[in-house]
Design a protein around this ligand. Structure first.
Ligand SMILES: [Zn+2]
Ligand SMILES: [Zn+2]
Length: 233
């Protein structure tokens, strides 16, 4: 994907809740999984790749099901293939297991490759961080970034390690992160105050989910729950 495309996608995500780098990683990896199941589940190369990782990781396997990223048939084809793979690797009933057999069984049941959706997400996030570091040098781009919720902590740390980010841009990013964190801290205080029985009549406002936004800030953007949230049809 061209750098300008990544810069453009990020700009759109500045308008959405949560860390834009997380959001881009979630979208790109979901598009990847989506196409994997719609077009390539019968492709021998794709099958081999999914066999190497023994399917998807916990997070992506359940994302597929819960956000309906793939139809049931595509998943049934994949899981049948993996069931056959595992059946070949598990010992026959009553097979004697010595130390060596246990060792090779352990190897046979361990994935050789990472989850392909995790791999796609890591690549997209790396590209997003590089692009962000370069694009934040432009004043208009920085101004658009300052409309966003800012980066989650893992991606802020990753941005600090990017080459090509000037001190000036970095200072502006950190000031934005600080303003966002101050706002969130006030909302958390308000949430705590309103939980006091003396103020319960006041009712919750925007602070009602402040603790969830704090979790997102510290660990990464919330898992998407639907195709719509992922920008998929
Ligand atoms: Zn993030
Ligand atoms: Zn994964």
């Amino acid at each position: 994907m061209a750098d300008t495309q990544t810069a453009y996608e990020l700009r759109l995500l500045f308008q959405e809740p949560g860390c834009p780098v997380c959001a881009l990683g979630q979208r790109v990896s979901s598009r990847y999984v989506d196409s994997l199941f719609y077009e390539s589940v019968n492709d021998p190369g794709v099958r081999a790749r999914l066999r190497a990782s023994l399917g998807l990781c916990y997070e992506h396997a359940w994302l597929l099901i819960e956000a309906r990223l793939s139809d049931a048939l595509g998943q049934a084809i994949l899981y049948r293939d993996l069931a056959e793979t595992l059946l070949e690797r598990l010992p026959e009933e009553n097979q004697r297991l010595d130390e060596r057999a246990l060792h090779s069984l352990n190897e046979a049941l361990t994935p050789e490759a990472v989850c392909p959706a995790c791999e796609s997400r890591a690549q997209a996030e790396a590209r997003a961080l590089q692009t962000l570091a370069r694009s934040l040098e432009r004043r208009e781009y920085l101004a658009e970034f300052e409309q966003s919720d800012g980066l989650c902590l893992p991606h802020l740390r990753a941005l600090l390690q990017q080459e090509g980010l000037s001190r000036k841009a970095l200072t502006a990013v950190l000031a934005h992160q600080r303003r966002r964190l101050e706002g969130l801290e006030k909302e958390l205080a308000e949430f705590i105050r309103k939980n006091d029985y003396r103020f319960q009549g006041e009712g919750m406002g925007a602070e009602r989910d402040a603790y969830q936004r704090a979790a997102a800030l510290l660990t990464g953007r919330r898992r998407p729950a639907s195709k719509k949230e992922l920008g998929l049809r």
